[in-house]
Design a binder for this molecule. Structure first.
Ligand code: ADP
Ligand code: MG
Length: 763
């Protein structure tokens, strides 16, 4: 009867909460030293001067040189935030905005949300005292003026105030901001591209207002002035005064790629400076032959490095959450097969929808004697710099959007990276010393890669962007000054889609009220339409859950090795009507579980204690039911914003950002539930997703009605291999086949009944 103490498994612990004052001081000392040794530190004065001298500045610098974390602090310290003005830094990715803001808050020794904060969709950690604000580029496009009843910050083409449905959309000058830094511009996300165009307009608008102001006031003042030289002096004085009143917006564009020409030309020959980075030698290895399964190849390489190479962390580039979590599990399983002394390998995933408190784990050093393997999407290419990496594994793929304007179909596809991306990835191994990069493809393949990735604006559906631009008062989309113009066909197709959804009128103006309502919701136009219609179909309660669940990646776990078990578990929630109702079932089951627990624990006083226990229970329940607890949690966070008062989830609460519920309520949409009458819910889906409908073909495949493409129901769908005649779907994914994901059974006749403007037209 011997008692054995079980060895505690080492974990990556958050160690940035110092335990005592001495800890805090030494931590600050370390941070200070780190900051001082960054390449950008040596050019601080020069950079500040450049920003003072130029209203548009392009900064190109090696990843890890300190651009994102340091430059805003330099500018703040140099007095770029007079009268409560804010320095805004946009990031293409949520994770980057959050992790960088946390880091900078720590470097400044302030609590996150005060001087330094972040704001991303569904999560806002800023306050009136925030001066350095990290945000996603998509968010700045639809900035909300805190405390004001208006939701969109208007940046009109003309620089004049516009009125949208009686609301004066505030501030065409972005006057709260003294500096906007558009970071990671080389990524060329559709939001970055559009933002640059809008910011160009803001700068123009501010300048125009200075001149207007000067002209008007100078006229008044010049009455009574006689001497010529006095008049000249007055004039200069006025301009100075006016500029103080309307200082120019400083715009800084930061990029990790060497090619600044495009940006410079776009801003009329703007000044570009280069920040030298430190890059050590990286040995590149290729495979001899093409790999059939890159996930498998990556796994083997991880263990080869772990068992054969010297100390240093491993960074693996994968394409998305599902893949990352799959590899994470496989690594852990393989580890169990190794002798005890070889098991010192810890996994740290990082991808966009990872809950924010887990994101910081990648930055934590592995305990002594251990190695860390970071499983990342292309976020780790340039957006976040993770210390300690010596080995990079690059399978050479990314998940990207692709849009066919003729068919009007957007799909997610896995495509090879560009040469520029491959170089960025290998560079991650040489930040702190010589490193190694393992490209999981033959060298001959590298030569075939595109030089750089095609900008997103040229390969995505533009409906969302067009809707936002229209809401911002930009009516002439084709004439908009894009950095690179999307194709006319893509613009037209997206306009057509918005028209079919009822967001635009015949003359391409935002419709009232639907178009305006849709523009207010930070969602894909189809989801917004579904929410608006749901209030009429008495199923807004259900649609809010469905939209939340669809907004996160993969609620269900589907491990290859346990796929039968996973299938059986899923059957408990499966609705014969399809995935949307299945997702709602999962959400409600989790809610009931916690409700029950809450009743049982009702007597317990300690809220925190209950929360901790509940989380454990929920995690266990998720594990047993093959549900992805991270995704479920994220979906709950999103849904909570819709129904904070009724949600029974004692999970992380996001207090600041109840905009969606606010908007839905402000729009006067009644929130009610259809109960067991799921017919209403499905009819509502048909009425809003009618552009994504597919009809069964005699040979068993489906034909997407809008595009005519032959597709199959994704194996993860509950309707896979069912005999359902007609479905609507959420997205089209293309791997070896064209698959439709998240499908729900509808009646074909509903389409002509509920979307006659489209289906009657099609005949
Ligand atoms: P750049 O924007 O030029 O790529 P960053 O400002 O993001 O560079 O990073 C500068 C340095 O700060 C890097 O060496 C990186 O390792 C470190 N760093 C950034 N964020 C964190 C973090 N959250 N934790 C630890 N180190 C970080
Ligand atoms: Mg950066």
């Amino acid at each position: 009867n011997t008692t054995q103490t079980r060895k505690q498994k080492p974990v990556l612990k958050l160690c940035n909460q110092p335990r005592c004052a001495a800890d805090a001081i030494s931590r600050r000392e370390i941070l200070k030293k780190q900051r001082e040794s960054l390449p950008i530190a040596s050019v601080k004065e020069r950079l500040v001067q450049e920003v003072k001298n130029h209203d548009v500045l392009i900064i190109v610098g090696e990843t890890g040189s300190g651009k994102t974390t340091q430059l805003p602090q330099f500018l703040f310290n140099a007095g770029f935030c007079p009268n409560g003005k804010v320095i805004g830094i946009t990031q293409p990715r949520r994770v980057a905005a959050v992790t960088v803001a946390k880091r900078v808050a720590e470097e400044c020794g302030v609590e996150l949300g005060l001087k330094v904060g972040y704001s991303i969709r569904f999560d806002d950690k800023t306050s009136s005292s925030t001066r350095i604000k990290y945000m996603t580029d998509g968010l700045l496009l639809r900035v909300r003026v805190k405390g004001a009843s208006c939701c969109v910050l208007l940046i009109a083409d003309t620089g004049s105030f516009c009125h949208v449905k009686g609301e004066a959309l505030l501030d065409p000058y972005l006057s709260r901001y003294s500096v906007i830094i558009v970071d990671e511009a080389h990524e060329r996300t559709v939001h970055t591209d559009v933002l640059l165009g809008l910011l160009k307009n803001v700068q123009r608008a501010r300048l125009k207002s200075v001149i207007d102001h000067a002209v008007v006031n100078n006229k008044k003042a010049s009455n009574g002035i006689t001497k010529e030289n006095e008049k000249g002096a007055e004039c200069t004085n006025f301009l100075k005064q006016c500029q103080r009143k309307f200082p120019p917006l400083k715009l800084i564009i930061m990029s990790a790629s060497l090619d600044a020409r495009l940006f410079s030309e776009y801003f009329g020959g703007a000044r570009a400076v280069h920040v030298e980075g430190r890059q050590h030698h990286v040995d590149i290895f290729y495979t001899l032959h093409a790999e059939t399964d890159y996930v498998d190849a990556a796994l083997i390489t991880v263990f080869q490095i772990h068992l054969e190479e010297g100390p240093g962390d491993i960074l693996v580039f994968l394409t998305g959450q599902e893949e990352i979590e799959g590899v994470e599990r496989l690594v852990q399983e393989q580890l169990q097969k190794l002798p005890e002394e070889s098991r010192k390998l810890l996994t740290a995933p990082i991808f966009s929808s990872l809950p924010s408190e887990q994101q910081m784990r990648v930055f934590m050093p592995a305990p002594a004697g251990h190695r860390k393997v970071i499983l990342a999407t292309n976020i780790a290419e340039t957006s976040v710099t993770i210390p300690g990496v010596k080995y990079v594994i690059d399978p050479g793929f990314i998940k990207a959007r692709s849009y066919d304007p003729v068919k009007g179909m957007e799909s997610l596809i896995i495509i090879p990276t560009s040469k520029a991306q491959a170089l960025q990835r290998s560079g991650r191994a040489g930040r702190e010393g010589p490193g190694k990069c393992f490209r999981l493809y033959p060298e001959s393949e590298f030569e075939k890669l595109e030089d750089s990735t095609k900008p997103e604006i040229k390969r995505c559906n533009l409906s969302n962007v067009i809707l936002q631009l229209k809401a911002l008062g930009v009516d002439d989309i084709i004439g908009f000054d894009f950095l690179e113009k999307p194709s006319r066909a893509a613009i037209q197709k997206s306009l057509e889609e918005l028209f079919l959804l009822g967001a635009l009128t015949d003359d391409c103006k935002l419709s009232d009220p639907v178009g305006h309502q849709m523009a207010r919701l930070p969602l894909d136009p189809i989801y917004s339409k579904a929410l608006i219609l749901a209030s009429q179909f008495n199923c807004l309660e259900e649609m809010l859950i469905a939209v939340s669940m669809l907004s996160v990646e993969s609620i269900f776990y589907n491990p290859r090795e346990k796929s039968e078990e996973a299938k059986t578990a899923k059957k408990c929630f499966a609705s014969p009507d399809g995935d949307h109702l299945t997702l709602i079932n999962v959400y409600r089951a989790a809610g009931e579980l916690l409700q029950k627990r809450r009743m049982e624990l009702g007597i317990e006083k300690n809220e925190k204690n209950i929360k901790g226990k509940n989380e454990k229970i929920l995690r266990k329940w998720c594990r047993e039911n093959f549900i992805n607890s991270r995704s479920l949690r994220h979906a709950c966070d999103i849904h909570r914003l819709f129904t904070p008062s009724t949600s029974s989830f004692p999970l992380e609460v996001i207090f600041h950002c109840s905009q969606i519920r606010g908007h839905v309520e402000q729009m006067g949409l009644p929130i009610s539930s259809c109960g067991d009458d799921t017919l209403q819910f499905r009819r509502c889906l048909a009425a809003s997703f009618f552009l994504n409908a597919a009809l069964k073909q005699p040979e068993g495949t489906y034909r997407a009605l809008a595009s005519g493409q032959v597709v199959q129901i994704h194996p993860t769908s509950v309707l896979h291999q069912s005999k359902v005649e007609c479905v609507i779907f959420d997205e089209l994914v293309q791997t070896s086949q064209k698959y439709i994901r998240n499908t729900t059974r509808i009646d074909y006749l509903w389409l002509t009944e509920l979307a006659p403007h489209y289906y009657a037209m099609q005949g």
